[in-house]
Write a protein that binds this ligand. Structure first.
Ligand code: ZN
Length: 496
């Protein structure tokens, strides 16, 4: 089937063992990167099962556009495949169900909501389900990047029809894998964890101080690579506009992409980038899905992504051709506020209960914290990413900015205690203060904010007068990152 239908001479890593397990009726949990060939894992068994007359293969997918693409490609290869979703008319749906009942269809793609539909249930249980493939299985977990409550109801279908289940996903931390395992009721599954390592990518974090230095860092980076293709991700439309203009002013062939542009301009700019008429694409995360440009030689993040899942997916668009490529994150602590603001402003999801929303908000905050750890760690960046996704990794890769930098570790306990006690003294007076004011008090500033509030009479006033402001602030930020101190949300965040 692999050769005659799909035209491949041999399986790629892990595919054969997954196909064997599926044909033997064993449950499978497969975590494989996007490019690893996940769909072959259920498409090949689907055709074998159909030929044996052992039932239909159902593929659950949340993405309507992807369903249509896959079915189109399968039909071109001569496979009897179809999909059922809300875009079909009643008569189209009836004809698909007829294909199921008559045994003509080998593969059917459905949205998860369909599995509850009584007419559908009756039709597929009469035919028999040889395999239930759950794609994007991380959607089942509230720890995942894209939680969908409808995925949690797949188990009802599984309990009713007891088909062999294959769960597939391209990103799953340990917690997400456990959720998939439990929520789909997988019994003794074959668990396949393909490596997420991309050895041709180098990782770097730069920590410029202030906006001007950040811009200079970016310009210098892009200039040194003016002949190569790169993507610069920003977190807002406004940042895209500003950064694109900045790069153009420097004579770089930059273009832009975000949801605020007309569809015509988006398409034109995207084509300019794909065909190398533009070298740098400055974009929000709206850019990249379904874009297959293999010679992107760098990806810069101008703002902090909201999670390592997002970061690794976007950074991973570099070096698809296997040649050396670079991933750079520009990090300044102020970015954390912006990211928190973006999280707080995200649209409340109608499909979630208030409890689910609360759980998700907490997990979003935790994922952002993990992202900040990545931006501030002095340990191997690659190891940090791989371990986040539950993979073993050596502590030294030799191809990231931390492995290639010699850090000097310093014991900052005494200074950290001074910062914490200053915050405590302010609180004892029933007051609160922002990070800048706390630093001013410690440094013994005669600033108006300090004097007006009488902070110059605190016992901690001026106890760090001999320490540079930047260092006091770095220690305070570090204490916040580590959760020793907390920063309130809002326009005027205070430290407590
Ligand atoms: Zn490293």
């Amino acid at each position: 089937v692999l050769r005659t239908t799909f035209g491949y001479e041999s399986f790629r890593p892990h595919q054969a063992e997954i196909v064997d397990a599926a044909l033997a009726g064993r449950a499978v949990l497969a975590v494989m990167p996007t490019s690893a060939g996940k769909s072959i894992c259920y498409q090949v068994p689907a055709l074998v099962l159909a030929a044996r007359g052992t039932g239909l293969t159902l593929v659950v997918s949340p993405l309507i556009s992807l369903m249509a693409d896959q079915v189109g490609a399968l039909r071109q290869a001569g496979v009897a495949a179809s999909f059922l979703n809300s875009t079909l008319s009643a008569s189209e749906r009836a004809s698909v169900l007829h294909g199921v009942a008559s045994g003509a269809l080998a593969l059917l793609y459905v949205a998860p909501e369909r599995l509850d539909d009584p007419a559908f249930l009756e039709c597929v249980s009469a035919r028999g389900v040889g395999l239930l493939a759950v794609d994007e299985a991380h959607c089942i977990s509230q720890w995942g990047n894209d939680f969908r409550p409808s995925y949690q109801r797949i188990i009802d279908f599984v309990d009713r029809l007891r088909p062999p289940v294959m769960a597939l996903t391209a990103t799953a931390t340990r917690a997400v894998r456990r959720d998939i395992h439990e929520a789909l009721g997988l019994r003794d599954p074959l668990v396949v964890l393909a490596s997420f390592d991309r050895p041709n990518l180098s990782f770097a974090v730069a920590r410029p101080h202030g906006a001007a230095e950040k811009d200079r860092t970016l310009v210098a980076f892009c200039r040194q690579r003016a002949e190569r293709s790169g993507i610069v991700y920003c977190s807002s439309r406004r940042a895209v506009e500003e950064v694109c203009e900045l790069l153009r002013d420097e004579g770089l062939l930059a273009t832009r992409y975000h949801a605020g542009l007309t569809p015509e301009e988006r398409e034109r700019n995207q084509d300019d980038f794909l065909y190398d008429r533009s070298r740098v694409m400055v974009a929000t995360n709206a850019f990249g899905m379904g874009i297959d440009k293999s010679n992107v030689s760098y990806v810069v993040h101008y703002n902090l992504p909201l999670s390592l899942e997002n970061y690794y997916q976007e950074a991973g668009r570099a070096g698809r051709d296997g040649t050396r490529a670079e991933c750079l994150l520009l990090y300044s602590p102020g970015d954390v506020h912006t990211a928190e603001f973006l999280l707080s402003r995200s649209e409340p999801r109608e499909d979630l209960t208030p409890e689910q929303r609360a759980v998700l908000a907490e997990r979003d905050a935790e994922r952002l914290r993990q992202m900040v750890f990545y931006a501030t760690t002095t340990e191997c960046l690659r190891a940090h990413i791989l371990r986040y996704f539950g993979e073993e990794a050596s502590a030294y890769c030799g191809n990231c900015s931390n492995c290639l930098t010699e850090f000097e570790e310093v014991d900052a306990t005494t200074d950290a205690l001074k910062v914490v006690s200053c915050v405590a003294r302010i609180a004892q007076r029933g007051r609160s203060a922002g990070a800048a004011t706390v630093v001013d008090v410690l440094r013994g500033s005669r600033g108006e904010k300090v004097l007006r509030r009488g902070f110059d009479t605190l016992s901690t006033y001026g106890i760090m007068a001999d320490v540079p402001t930047r260092r006091v602030r770095a220690i305070l930020d570090e204490l916040v990152f580590r959760g020793v101190l907390a920063r309130t949300a809002g326009d005027y965040p205070t430290i407590g």
